[in-house]
Design a protein around this ligand. Structure first.
Ligand SMILES: Nc1nc2c(ncn2[C@@H]2O[C@H](COP(=O)(O)OP(=O)(O)OP(=O)(O)O)[C@@H](O)[C@H]2O)c(=O)[nH]1
Ligand SMILES: [Mg+2]
Length: 721
């Protein structure tokens, strides 16, 4: 491989791009066009040109044109601080962009007149100055568009790519180019609706019984492959996808409505990963390839049960209802790798898009300047013998692309999934052999796998005399390397059929060899993430693990079933606590804790819930524990929105009370914390009545008796905490 230097001599002549290019248009986005910025910092040349796309105007942009080409009157470029004697090809990419022609005429335009005066051979009104950097920051999509060329930055011979890399990639490449095939999004399934406590109240129907309905199920999150998408650009603006929550249940046994599902549409070839942490790549979840494929990603939460569902033979008047199950949520990283049989690669302006338009019904943007194609275009090519293949026209490759230079591996990545490559070489360029080598080198450096893919080389623009002159030497150059190149004129559609047939033949051979055309396994089960979530949730309540942190005297109970139970428990109902105690007992959590040596004052943490576990040595038979939903040692009672409990409580099995009081506070609304609990006679000196309980707890009113009370308006900082 010839050693490649990316410099060129100022004597090399190339056509001036700004004088011959057609009016480009950026990829259409739904955003409104913005006006050109008023403030100008660095001068940029913008020309409004109306040249056509005729093949005769074609210009090769393997190198930046020498400075003389920009200034017909011999005017120097010193005003632009550009030393163009040594410039990398990729500089041009950075410098080309598209902006709205509808912008304001700059006030500073006149102040810069001397820079351009007479030097460009352009009429008045054909040149504007705008601020570089503002051009790509918006998604300007104005009607009439012009080309902006920035003359900025000195490129010295010997500059290393490393020095440039990073700065230029981030600065020079517009966001629209960087982000179209990667996205990070947040998805959340809908929460289930809450169940309610209600009783049937009807004339002549005494003891109507519980009639609280269940909450509705939350909506699911689906992924679907939309064949009309070829980028992930929509995720630049909208990254949060939440399914609707289920409605709450209502009285008269009315269940809540289900939440609406959410469908996230992605382009074919999207790979979905769990968002990685600390720079690590996340777990691979899904690979969505074929249009129409649909997968359930996150199932919605179950609706909470209303009190009608809790009715039983022993509890005919249940005053308990569940909260809805929370919908699963996660951050995802999407990556798009275009799925195509054939990828058209080559240097900018080689005629790749022209070839695609000639061989398929696709209508990619074609224009005589580099980086017309910012997003890959797909086309379906039908051959005579009833065979089709998907062809992708990829944006131009530059020196240093394998390191992200220019448009970088944003695009090289797409070649990974193409089975066959068609390498288009611009025959009208100064040195087609050099251009060929440069692009091959980039492919090799990016990935050895890509360079091993079968490929054909096509020498384009044969209709131009300067190209046909070089054809023989180019052909010999490649033949010496064992490659038989094709020649064509994409504009005139001459030789394109041979190219298509050759590409198809390669594709067929490869498919036969590998027994699969794309080397990409079809995913078997697209719902496996949802199944995994479902499995985690349906874990039995008696499957848990307990760990102990001796420094903080905390016990951690981890178990899908028990955590889910706690999340769905609605603590506002006093019966919820009884049920909770029962579950702790039935699931074996209490026993295990006591066996492991839980002590009075220890904290027991289940999921996000904190529990104080002041279990006395003597109260082996007792259950745990109490309640806390916020910081366990938070002071009472402010802020009123705190939901907390103060101490643990133990339910004695026998009627004889063994330990202590418990106090569980829940805030209801803005200002009225509510306390539930039991106060036992032992601690209060043997006897205690409602009055005593009231005094003891500081509650302003007590609705129940000694054993169970519920008080409103709790305001004192009771030291039972
Ligand atoms: N004379 C002649 N001009 C051609 C031919 N093929 C393409 N062109 C011209 O070359 C210019 C660039 O063509 P595109 O198809 O946009 O080139 P590209 O490789 O897709 O360029 P990028 O998308 O910028 O990388 C256009 O002005 C075309 O009209 C050809 O066979 N003959
Ligand atoms: Mg193109």
């Amino acid at each position: 491989m010839a050693s490649l230097s990316f410099c060129f001599s100022s004597t090399v002549h190339c056509d001036l791009p700004i004088q011959s290019q057609a009016r480009p248009s950026r990829p259409k986005t739904p955003n409104k066009s913005k006006k050109l910025p008023k403030k100008q910092k660095n001068p940029i040349l913008i020309t409004r040109t109306n040249s056509n796309n005729s093949g005769g105007d074609a210009t090769t942009y393997t190198r930046l044109p020498p400075k003389d080409d920009y200034f017909e009157g011999g005017k120097t470029l010193s005003a632009f601080n550009l030393d163009s004697s040594v410039v990398k090809l990729s500089d041009l990419a950075k410098q080309l962009s598209v902006v709205s022609e509808n912008g304001d005429e700059s006030d500073e335009f006149s102040s810069q007149d001397e820079i351009f005066e007479g030097g460009l051979g352009l009429g008045e009104g054909e040149v504007q100055l705008i601020e570089w950097g503002s051009v790509f920051d918006d998604e300007n999509d104005g009607g009439d568009e012009v080309v902006a060329v920035e003359y900025e930055g000195v490129r010295e011979e010997g500059d290393s790519f490393d020095e440039e890399y990073g700065v230029e990639k981030e600065k020079g490449v517009p966001a629209v180019m960087r982000c179209f095939d990667r996205a990070k999004i947040y998805v959340k399934a809908g929460d289930g609706g809450n169940g309610v406590v209600a009783f049937r109240r009807e004339k002549y129907v005494p003891y109507g019984g519980p009639s609280g309905g269940d909450g509705g199920r939350g909506g699911n999150v689906y992924f679907e492959v939309d064949g009309s998408m070829n980028s992930l650009l929509p995720f630049r603006k909208n990254i949060h996808f939440r399914a609707e929550r289920g409605s709450h249940g209502q009285g008269k046994k009315q269940d809540g409505a289900k939440g609406e599902h959410t469908v996230v549409y992605v382009a074919p070839g999207t790979v979905i990963r769990e968002a990685g942490k600390g720079g690590q790549e996340g777990r691979l979840l899904l690979e969505l390839l074929t249009p129409g494929q649909r997968g359930l990603l996150l199932p919605g939460g179950r609706g909470g049960r209303g009190n009608a569902s809790f009715k039983s033979g022993t509890n005919k008047v249940p005053k308990i209802a569940e909260k809805g199950e929370e919908g699963a949520e996660m951050w995802l990283e999407l990556e798009l790798k275009l799925v195509a049989d054939v990828g058209i690669v080559g240097a900018p302006n080689a005629g790749k898009s022209t070839l695609l338009s000639a061989i398929s019904a696709a209508q990619p943007e074609i224009a005589n300047y580099p980086f017309t194609t910012l997003l890959p275009n797909l086309g379906v090519v039908s051959l005579d013998f009833d065979a089709t293949m998907v062809v992708a026209d990829l944006p131009g490759l530059l020196e240093g692309a394998h390191r992200g230079f220019g448009l970088g591996h944003e695009f090289l990545r797409h070649t990974e999934r193409c089975s066959v490559l068609v390498h288009v070489v611009d025959g009208s360029g100064e040195q087609p052999e050099y251009e060929y080598d440069a692009v091959r080198l980039e492919l090799e450096l990016f990935s050895p796998q890509i360079s091993k893919k079968p490929f054909i080389v096509v020498f384009n623009k044969m209709d131009l005399p300067e190209a046909s002159e070089k054809w023989t030497s180019f052909k010999e150059y490649l033949q010496a390397r064992g490659i038989e190149p094709f020649c064509m004129s994409a504009v005139n559609r001459q030789g394109t059929h041979e190219v298509v047939c050759a590409a198809y033949e390669l594709l067929r051979k490869k498919s036969e060899g590998e027994k699969e055309s794309r080397g990409w396994p079809e995913p078997s089960n697209l719902n496996h993430v949802a199944e995994m979530v479902h499995k985690q949730r349906s874990a039995p309540i008696n499957e848990f693990e307990i760990s102990h942190d001796s420094s903080s005297s905390a016990w951690y109970v981890v178990g899908g079933g028990i955590q889910r139970f706690i999340q769905m428990t609605n603590w506002q109902y006093s019966e919820s606590m009884k049920r909770f105690q029962h579950v702790l007992e039935a699931s074996g959590v209490n026993k295990s804790l006591i066996k492991l040596g839980v002590k009075e004052g220890d904290r027991v943490i289940v999921g996000e819930m904190h529990w104080h576990g002041p279990v006395k040595e003597t109260s082996q038979e007792s259950n745990l524990i109490a309640i806390v939903k916020s910081e366990p040692d938070a002071t009472l009672p402010n802020p009123p929105t705190f939901v907390m409990a103060l101490s643990g409580y133990i339910l004695a099995r026998s009627r004889r009370v063994q330990y202590s009081t418990n106090l569980i506070l829940h805030s209801h609304g803005a200002s009225r914390p509510q306390a539930y609990g039991r106060i036992y006679a032992d601690e209060m000196g043997g006897e205690m009545d409602q009055k005593g309980a009231k005094k003891e707890t500081g509650c302003s009113s007590i609705e129940k008796g000694v054993e169970e009370f519920c008080c409103w308006g709790y305001n004192s900082t009771n030291d039972r905490a």
